[in-house]
Design a protein around this ligand. Structure first.
Ligand SMILES: C[S@@+](CC[C@H](N)C(=O)[O-])C[C@H]1O[C@@H](n2cnc3c(N)ncnc32)[C@H](O)[C@@H]1O
Ligand code: SF4
Length: 430
């Protein structure tokens, strides 16, 4: 256990004697600098790339994402893909993105695999044309029903090495209530197809779906493990007012598991994952032996830059957070007119960046206190000591000189620890 720190602000209460001597040339002063031949003057750090494809075959009953049902909008896709390519060219030249190496590429949605082979190729080729892509981690999200042999071959050809399948459940009954087009058989086929490409496969599951019982949940977890995917992600279903679930719930047409039931589901999942050596690299993703970490998410949560393309895509460049317009039509018109389709943004203060480092960093289960101190020059414990003590005494974390680790309870409660730790820092904003 570490020692309580003196509050930073109160260390000196008296001023030094007044003096006009001692002009400040620089800070930190040169006497603190060390000899170097310049090798540490590093070029701009690697960047992550996100491409948003806001189209799906159907709107799932629980889903709150910005997406459109395709239906008769298929012809619309060509225009959207052209607009994304236009945006890539614009942003690459305005921000010199091609001068930076690329750590990861992520096609998310919506459902990127509703795009035709030629459209997926067009975007990927455009990225290669304007950016220094190399061979990074390349993830594509896919709804199982959209993954055909032809599409799987295309993903492989394009260099996709991580396929994230939105499975949600292995129970046909639960999938039906969700308005999904999948069933267990189609899901299994798509896992085979994804695995056949040689990519690492992630399976998304949702806990807390309508109609879920202990039996259906156990079945889903057991089937997910039996599938042998490299990675299993379990999101807690969040209920939003813009979803069919919300309307159905108000009309008493569906029943959601209680919070206590949902916790029990997750306890079961955590036990089974531990038995099968699927270890958490973040509080909601469990990978075979703790390998196959997702570079995209983990580097972003540690503060790396991400340029996001596509309607409603949001990214962060240095201390600036921005989001593109989420109006698809406006997005396309702006990109076609050669205007960056950015709609809103936020310049983070130094304090915002520290809060973000803590909140997002805690998702990664282990938080490196020494790295935090190296980066920001003070110990996190000096500001958050009593919160850390409480979290440790209530068994959400274990604490050492070097790191904070989420316990199983901490993992179960997700972002709770990060939000608690950010509390004292947020208080400083007022
Ligand atoms: C954008 S979707 C991509 C996958 C693909 N569209 C599909 O559904 O098969 C990413 C994931 O978000 C999750 N998700 C969707 N709605 C959610 C909600 N209301 N609460 C929590 N997670 C949700 C689902 O698990 C989904 O797989
Ligand atoms: S869960 Fe996936 S397929 Fe369903 S509406 Fe949301 S993004 Fe589309």
């Amino acid at each position: 256990m570490i020692n309580a720190q003196e509050p930073i602000a109160d260390k000196k209460s008296s001023l030094p004697p007044p003096s006009r001597k001692g002009f400040v040339t620089n800070y930190p002063p040169f006497r603190q600098w060390k000899n170097t031949e310049g090798e540490e003057i590093s070029p701009a750090a690697p960047i992550n790339i996100y491409v948003h494809i806001p189209f799906c075959l159907q709107r799932c009953a629980y889903c709150y994402y910005k997406t459109n049902e395709l239906r008769d909008k298929r012809s619309y896709l060509d225009r959207y893909v052209n607009a994304v390519c236009r945006e890539i060219g614009l942003a690459a030249s305005q921000f010199h993105l091609g001068e930076r190496s690329v750590a990861s590429v992520y096609f998310g949605g919506g459902t990127p695999t509703v795009l035709k082979q030629e459209q997926l190729e067009q975007i990927t080729e455009c990225l290669h044309q304007h950016l220094n892509i190399g061979t990074p981690e390349f993830t594509v999200e896919a709804e199982p029903v959209t993954l055909t042999q032809k599409k799987a071959d295309t993903l492989k050809k394009l260099g996709v090495n991580r396929i994230s399948l939105g499975v949600q459940s292995f129970s046909d009954e639960i999938l039906g209530i969700c308005n999904r087009l999948d069933n267990e058989e189609k899901v299994r086929k798509s896992i085979d197809l994804a695995q056949g490409t040689g990519a690492a496969v992630n399976i998304d599951l949702l806990s807390g779906l309508a109609g879920e019982s202990t039996e259906t949940w156990k079945y889903t977890i057991d089937r997910a493990l039996a599938a042998g995917a490299e990675s299993i992600t379990v999101y807690k279903m969040e209920l939003y007012a813009n979803t069919d679930y919300y309307k159905s719930l108000r009309r008493k047409e569906i029943v959601l598991p209680s919070d206590e039931q949902e916790l029990e589901f997750m306890r079961y999942a955590l036990d089974r994952f531990a038995q099968a050596r699927y270890l958490p690299w973040c509080f909601f993703t469990f990978t075979k032996n703790g390998q196959y970490k997702n570079i995209y998410a983990s580097t972003l949560w540690q503060g790396a830059d991400c340029y996001a393309f596509g309607a409603s895509g949001f990214g962060n460049m240095g201390s600036y957070l921005y989001q593109n317009t989420n109006d698809d039509k406006k997005y396309m018109e702006l990109a076609e007119a050669g205007i960056l389709p950015v709609n809103r943004g936020y310049r983070m203060t130094g304090l915002d960046e520290i809060i973000r480092t803590v909140m997002l960093g805690m998702k990664l289960v282990q938080f490196d206190l020494k790295a935090f101190q190296r980066k920001y020059g003070f110990r996190l414990e000096s500001l958050c000591f009593s919160v850390l003590e409480k979290l440790a005494s209530e068994n959400f974390i274990t604490l050492s000189e070097d790191e904070i680790s989420l316990t199983e309870k901490g993992i179960l409660y997700g972002d709770y620890t990060g939000k608690c730790l950010a509390g004292p820092l947020m208080d400083m904003k007022q």
